[in-house]
Design a protein around this ligand. Structure first.
Ligand code: FES
Ligand code: FE2
Length: 430
């Protein structure tokens, strides 16, 4: 159970909300699927943290990321023409290079070149990796390091990346990813016959052991199956929203789930599945069923119980959502409401990983708020321009402050595992 003000601090991400500011400043934000950005095509509209942006790929293959509203009078740059690695606004023809330079202001009668330099086009650095366009929405000159997870370094046929719009607050998605205790219930019908994960339905009260790490924490869900053997699932939470989840037992690799805020009550639910040892097959990757089922949309509206199939339940299906494990997760998160009221919960030992998640997120966001306050009180170094443009001049002192405290995380070494161990053996040996 949380105080209502802590629930607000954890969940709200739009406007001046500290959680949103912490995320934007310290982390690259997954913004779009790389494959959806086609060279010389219409810019893609992207909503993050309640704000509107566009992403586009030029003829030369560069990715641009701008505010959606034209800095002149707010026309949507999603309508803009692509011309020579630049966008030209349809309304009055102002032209913006992919790197953020304002090239032409044809409606200006005098000193047009000088005028160009004064136009406050909001543009943001973008990078690609793991099939994802990442954007940095923070302030200052130095962007944090890209999260170089294992899958980010693999050839493109070794991973698949999916995304799905989800109608709930970002934290509900992250909590569900880290909640081992629901697997044996909600997903019971899907996990039967799915290798080691089927053991999750044999012991429904996992014992948790949590270990904090520089990247967040890892935890083991321990299930004693009999007097000699134990099913161990070790998963990791990585700031600010990644769940790195153990793969099936027959391959080397993993699955990474992350829930990124569109606004306070809507999110993008991302999944990356990857194999280190060989190329991945799409249906093997989704683990369960026909790849045509993916992304596994919620089959109905809330008023119709999200399309739950009661006949199927009478015939033995546990949840009535035969589509996919992820469908079950999305339905459950949506059923909790746009933002679940955590002051009205009644938690138990099955929720230990979730409790730890909330505690460290609150700690991190509070220490970010402290640092921000100190910065505001500190005298402003000369020559600084603080804005979203990384190419502007800034003093070294401020550049140093702008670096992320998470830059030392070794993303490439974060891996999760599951399997059977003799009961007396430490789970860390897995
Ligand atoms: S609104 Fe874009 S050029 Fe005028
Ligand atoms: Fe789940």
């Amino acid at each position: 159970m949380l105080k209502p003000e802590d629930n607000a601090l954890l969940t709200l991400v739009t406007g001046d909300a500290p959680m949103g500011a912490w995320m934007k400043q310290n982390f690259w934000i997954p913004a779009a699927l790389s494959e959806k950005l086609e060279s010389n095509e219409a810019p893609l509209r992207v909503k993050l943290f309640g704000e509107r942006f566009i992403a586009f790929r030029t003829v030369d293959g560069h990715v641009g990321f701008f505010d959606e509203a034209c800095p002149h009078r707010g026309a949507s740059l999603a309508l803009a023409r692509q011309e020579d690695n630049a966008l030209r606004c349809l309304f009055h023809g102002w032209k913006f290079h992919v790197k953020g330079e304002v090239l032409e202001v044809p409606t200006q009668t005098n000193d047009a070149n000088a005028f160009c330099k004064t136009v406050p086009l909001k543009h943001y650095p973008a990078r690609e990796g793991g099939g994802i366009v990442w954007v940095w929405l923070g302030q200052g000159r130095h962007a944090p390091r890209l999260p170089e997870f294992e899958f980010m370094t693999l050839p493109s046929n070794h991973f698949v990346t999916y995304k799905q719009v989800a109608n709930f607050n970002w934290l509900q998605g992250v909590e569900t990813t880290l909640d081992s205790a629901h697997v044996g219930f909600l997903h019971r019908s899907h996990i039967a016959g799915m290798g080691h994960i089927a053991h999750a339905a044999k012991e429904l009260a996992p014992v948790y052991e949590v270990e904090e790490q520089a990247y967040g924490f890892r935890y083991a869900g321990l299930r004693n199956l009999n007097t000699t053997s134990r099913y161990v699932r070790v998963n990791s939470f990585v700031y600010p929203w990644f769940g790195v989840i153990a793969p099936r037992d027959d391959y080397q690799g993993g699955a990474v789930f992350f829930t990124v805020p569109i606004d306070d009550e809507n999110s993008t639910y991302w999944t990356v599945r990857y194999r280190m040892d060989q190329a991945i097959e799409r249906d093997a990757v989704t683990l369960f069923s026909d790849p045509a089922d993916w992304p596994p949309k919620v089959p109905g509206a809330a008023k119709d119980n999200w399309g739950q199939d009661r006949d199927l339940m009478r015939n033995g299906h546990f949840s009535g959502f035969p589509q996919h494990i992820t469908t079950e997760d999305l339905v459950i998160c949506e059923s909790q409401g746009g933002i679940v009221d955590r002051s009205k919960e009644f938690l138990n030992t099955g929720d230990i990983a979730i409790v730890r998640l909330r505690r460290i997120l609150l700690r991190e966001v509070r220490s970010f708020m402290e640092r921000q306050k100190e910065k505001e009180l500190a005298p402003t170094p000369k020559g600084q321009i603080l804005d979203a443009c990384p190419d502007r001049v800034m003093s070294d002192a401020l550049a140093h402050q702008a670096q992320s405290p998470y830059d030392h995380i070794e993303y490439g070494a974060i891996r999760s595992k599951a399997g059977l161990l003799p009961i007396e053996q430490d789970w860390r040996s897995l």
